[in-house]
Ligand binder design. Structure first.
Ligand code: SF4
Ligand code: SF4
Length: 298
């Protein structure tokens, strides 16, 4: 059955369309007029309009979401360059590639600016906007506490403090391009690349990885759940070892405590919080592991 659209409905639709165009332009930081943007893709927008012959299966929300997506793409097409808005800098810090080695050599990036995301560690991917286990080890610029904002982003001046020397991933960031070019040279930089000439440190890192890997941690946690807390000593032993290695690197090798997240990744005591557990330090130097929610001690 064909349904006629009244002039009032059509006018209302045009007004809404202009508002959506205005929103897309604002989001993207473009300077085109809303009507010009709408006119530039009018045929495609007409193609997205609700079908009036009774065959429409999309909900109103789905239709508007398609319209918004198309307007956003068109707005980006009018602004195909970086305006240094900083949005991508607040959605996660860059992962370093082997090409970024030079930034470390030039002292633009220092060990205390970096962190290691170890294989298997839950991590947020700003491209897919999902959290999942890291498929491989990655070195990243640290993020500002409690946020996903890159350490080098200054929210006050809305600037990157190392813009001229920013890592490769930032240089390739093209928010206006839904399919940015991937390079075969995007090999992630690893601790092995950085420390292969520092034999003792690499040995310590490898031993730590053997005993405190995320794979081992998830097995220990599964065992803990299966035994209803009876095997808590296994997790305490891992925590002790993780702490011992951090103390050793600082005390015996004199390494910078601020750079520990590069050498060994996040402390294990932080990592187990994602399993709903918390570590409390006891006066005698031992650990007490408790559940974050509820009051049942493990
Ligand atoms: S690349 Fe990043 S900083 Fe540049 S315009 Fe896009 S979101 Fe903003
Ligand atoms: S290094 Fe600079 S450009 Fe890259 S995410 Fe950090 S603040 Fe943004």
């Amino acid at each position: 059955m064909t349904q006629e659209i009244s002039k009032a409905d059509r006018d209302f639709f045009v007004v809404l369309l202009k508002e959506e165009a205005r929103e897309a332009i604002w989001k993207v930081g473009a300077s085109v007029e809303p009507q010009v943007l709408v006119d530039s893709i009018i045929e495609e927008l007409q193609g997205l309009a609700p079908r009036t012959d009774g065959s429409e299966t999309r909900s109103e929300e789905e239709i508007w979401s398609q319209v918004r997506e198309r307007l956003l793409k068109a707005a980006y097409e009018t602004r195909p360059y970086c305006i240094k808005c900083g949005t991508c800098c607040m959605e996660g810090s860059p992962t370093l590639t082997t090409e970024d080695w030079d930034l470390l050599r030039a002292d633009v990036l220092k060990p205390e600016n970096l962190m290691t995301v170890r294989k298997g560690e839950p991590t947020y991917d700003s491209r897919t906007q999902q959290t999942g286990p890291a498929a491989q080890e990655m070195l990243k610029i640290r993020e500002q506490p409690g946020t996903r904002t890159c350490l080098f982003y200054d929210g006050w001046s809305k600037r990157c403090s190392i813009y001229e020397d920013r890592p490769v991933q930032c240089r390739r960031q093209e928010c206006w391009n839904p399919e940015p070019a991937q390079s075969a040279d995007d090999t992630p930089l690893t601790r092995h690349d950085l420390f292969r000439s520092v034999g003792e440190l690499l040995d310590v890192i490898e031993r730590h990885e053997e005993r405190c890997s995320y794979e081992e941690l998830s097995m220990v946690m599964a065992r803990l759940a299966a035994t209803k807390g009876q095997t808590v000593e296994d997790i305490v032993e891992m925590l002790r070892y993780d702490q011992h290695v951090r103390d050793f690197l600082q005390g015996k090798l004199g390494l910078d405590p601020e750079a520990m997240e590069l050498f060994l990744g996040r402390p294990l005591r932080k990592a187990i919080e994602s399993y709903g557990l918390r570590v409390e330090d006891q006066p005698d130097g031992s650990f007490l592991v408790t559940a974050i929610e509820g009051d049942s001690e493990k």
